[in-house]
Design a protein around this ligand. Structure first.
Ligand code: NAD
Length: 497
């Protein structure tokens, strides 16, 4: 069986430690093993990244931009390969995997503009003969710890800006779908980046702990579930590192009575069941306001049989399997438990659909649960599967109060034809990313991505302009060059004249 290793100092490295299983979720078969970093391998990766850091930080902006352009071309040329790897290990359908790669590629394209992005600030003659300029300096070695659900896009959220800013980078991908990270590292090497600028360390909790505790790592970017994000933020900042830790979500989609019902029902299906609900920006709660509830539930339920469920490499499939058998069973338990909690299961997808009979893949159907309320597990927990809940409220105010009382604040969507209501909603709602008649408002690469409340720990959203700020620290230089007049001795505090 193939063993998936690390990428350290510009080459593949076979690990010598424990091994973890890697599955094809569409067949349920164990297809490979991934090496899980030992303390020595963690030290090797940090050593390689540290050794490369000084030269890389002094590499000219035009050269860095040139290499990023080449990386952009290589990732673009290998979109199909990356997407196939994603489908094989994650399970999402090929078109969805291609979409993920395209959104990751956007982040590389953004980083190609690094000479302009790092343009500093200059104030001439702040005092007589004195100029001040601010430069954005790299941090050194930075680490990125990523979740299973976007094995290409989320690493590129971090990697592209981190190295563009002059840092070296260690990626610790999810151990559930580790292969795409190695192709990314190989493309980085083929683009001509020096050895050690990008390293991949495979592993699980000990690898993360090792990176968090290592004194030579300056900053950590994390994307994953909320309990782990909170832990990473606390442990990383305790160790003196800069940390951005993006967590889980429970994204609501509010449908006002004036909304286009077909558009809203289609959006609920696409954003609720796309990628089997395993997106941090997936819609998991439809908030039906007033009279829209009955027709909306009916419209969503009527569309569910049209969702073709099957292996991601079958072109007909619209929704693939879940990531593991354990996760599938957990998601299923929310649907089977919903009726006991007092909700109404309108469509029960808690078992594998007939279309997947005869495989051992980790498939589930699409579920629709109506009459859901806060306090029920199906509402309170991030399910991360193809389960849409419907909460019925009487008024717009109740919809906003429901969302603002939720612990998460990642994404939210509003469906309406009323511009005034849409404008009001943006001000009322305590959520980081808002969609108006757009169900999955993942910002483009030149804006930044980040939720509020328990969806983000630390002060910094990820990628875009905030990503550039996160991966640099400002240095302010105040300078004076000798001029014909010399100043007398003065022990007072410098005051601008
Ligand atoms: P996860 O938190 O289980 O794992 C994420 C990473 O942390 C992995 O690399 C994993 O190896 C590591 N990890 C897991 N447990 C750890 C522990 N106890 N200590 C240290 N490291 C640990 O998340 P996942 O299941 O891979 O991904 C799904 C989650 O990620 C969902 O909650 C989803 O909402 C979230 N997510 C959030 C965003 C966002 O931008 N906010 C994006 C994608 C996914």
């Amino acid at each position: 069986m193939q063993t998936i290793g690390h990428w350290i100092d510009g080459k593949p490295v076979t690990g010598g430690g424990r091994l973890g299983p890697v599955f094809n979720p569409a067949t349920g078969q164990r297809t490979a093993e991934v090496t899980l970093a030992t303390d020595g391998e963690i030290a090797d990766a940090v050593r390689a990244a540290s050794a490369a850091a000084v030269d890389w930080s002094r590499t000219s902006l035009s050269r860095r931009a040139g290499l990023l352009f080449r990386l952009r071309e290589l990732v673009s040329a290998h979109q199909e390969d990356l997407a196939r790897i994603i489908t094989r290990e994650h399970g999402k359908v090929h078109s969805d995997a291609l979409g993920e790669v395209a959104r990751g590629l956007e982040c590389v394209e953004f980083a190609c503009g690094i000479p302009a992005l790092l343009r500093g600030e200059f104030s001439a003659e702040v005092s007589r003969g004195i100029d001040v300029h601010t430069v954005a300096r790299p941090l050194g070695v930075v680490a990125g710890i990523t979740p299973f659900n976007f094995p290409v896009m989320v690493p590129l959220w971090m990697l592209a800006n981190a190295i563009a800013c002059g840092n070296t980078f260690i990626l610790k991908p999810s151990e559930k779908d580790p292969s795409a990270s190695l192709l990314l590292a190989e493309l980085v090497a083929r683009a001509g980046f020096p050895d050690g600028v990008v390293n991949v360390l495979q592993g699980d909790v000990p690898a993360v702990t090792g990176l968090l505790e290592h004194p030579d790592i300056a900053a950590v970017s994390f994307v994953g579930s909320t309990p782990v994000a909170r832990h990473i933020y606390e442990a990383g900042t305790r160790a003196g590192k800069r940390v951005q830790a993006l967590g889980g979500a429970k994204n609501h989609m509010v449908v006002l009575p004036d909304a286009d019902l077909d558009a809203a029902a289609n959006a609920a299906i696409n954003a609720g069941y796309g990628s089997a609900g395993e997106r941090c920006m997936a819609i998991s709660v439809v908030v039906a306001v007033g009279t829209v509830a009955d027709p909306l539930v009916e419209a969503i339920a009527a569309r569910i049989p049209d969702v073709v469920i099957g292996p991601g490499d079958d072109e007909a499939s619209m929704m693939g399997p879940l990531i593991t058998a354990q996760h599938r069973d957990k998601v299923s338990s929310y649907v089977t438990g919903a009726a006991d909690e007092g909700a109404t299961v309108v469509v029960d997808g808690s078992r594998a659909p007939d279309s997947t009979a005869g495989t051992d893949g980790f498939f589930l159907g699409c579920s629709l649960v109506d009459q859901v309320r806060p306090g029920m597990r199906v509402y309170d927990d991030e399910i991360f599967g193809p389960v849409l809940s419907v909460v019925r409220v009487d008024t717009y105010e109740q919809a906003v109060a429901l969302i603002n009382a939720n612990q998460y604040g990642n994404g939210v969507a509003l469906f309406t034809r009323d511009g005034g209501a849409a404008r009001q909603f943006q001000r009322d709602v305590q959520v980081g990313m808002v969609g108006i008649n757009v169900p999955i408002p993942v910002p483009v690469a030149w804006h930044s991505f980040g939720g509020w409340k328990a969806s983000l720990f630390g002060d910094s959203p990820i990628y875009g302009p905030e990503g550039i700020r996160f991966y640099t620290r400002p240095q302010v230089v105040t300078s004076r060059w000798p001029d014909p007049t010399s100043e007398a001795i003065d022990l007072g505090f410098p005051v601008n004249r």
